[in-house]
Write a protein that binds this ligand. Structure first.
Ligand code: GRF
Length: 217
């Protein structure tokens, strides 16, 4: 079986990268990581790649005079590694329309909210500040506007009254680590189609049941 070749772009800790490394470590998983690129030297995620024997490059945006030059270097590295699907995993640079369009439906991102709510940064703080009863995370195809694009997989969970941003972030992150490999697997299995900017997935069903927050008693 030919595995789908992934390129993972990171800027920091790389826990989502780790979830993809772990998934790809399963023989039956239909994707493999061909390269990891960090725009930040010394990012912890680089050690994770190295520990797993995955080729990792630092492409520091500050060493380029323009965004276009930086992105050209990133594209060159991805193409050289034969990458078919790019996974943004805590990659903290905005990408140009040109970069995004070139990889239409071959570029995905994970965001720690139930998109389209709470795009952008400081998500958990804003979720709590808004009094939202539920939060979660989303894997989506990337489009030029930040945190927009067809939604592939989401996980939802209840916000607890005692949650601070860190506690909520930790519970959401645990779900991120489930849904990112799931989204990659569905794509690699050829089960994901984008129709009129909405994702259709074959062979899946929605879960049953409803969550209500707060629960009484
Ligand atoms: C995650 O919360 C992800 O959703 C967001 O940035 C964070 C990256 O964390 N885009 P990590 O580097 O994968 O641990």
């Amino acid at each position: 079986m030919d595995k789908l070749k992934l390129g993972v772009l990171i800027s920091g800790r790389g826990s989502n990268l780790q979830s993809l490394i772990d998934a790809c470590g399963e023989t039956s998983f239909p994707a493999e990581i061909a390269c990891v690129i960090s725009n930040v030297a010394g990012a912890a995620g680089l050690d994770r790649a190295e520990d797993s024997g995955i080729p990792a490059n630092v492409i520091d945006h500050r060493e380029f005079s323009s965004r276009d030059d930086f992105e050209a270097a990133v594209n060159e590295a991805l193409d050289a590694a034969g990458v078919e699907l790019v996974c943004l995993a805590g990659f903290m640079r905005l990408l140009s329309d040109g970069f995004v369009t070139r990889r239409h439906d071959r570029l995905i991102n994970i965001h720690p909210s139930l998109l389209p709510a709470f795009k952008g940064l400081r998500v958990h703080e804003r979720v709590i500040g808004a009094g939202a009863r539920f939060s979660g995370c989303t894997v989506h195809f990337v489009r030029p506007a930040t945190d927009e694009g067809p939604i592939i997989v989401q996980a939802a969970l209840a916000v607890h009254a005692a949650d601070g941003p860190d506690a909520l972030a930790a519970r959401v992150l645990a779900e991120e680590h489930n849904i990112y490999p799931l989204a990659v697997r569905l794509i690699a299995e050829g089960r994901v189609k984008v129709v009129n900017e909405v994702v259709e997935i074959s062979g899946c069903r929605p879960p049953t049941g409803v969550l209500v927050n707060p629960a009484e008693g």
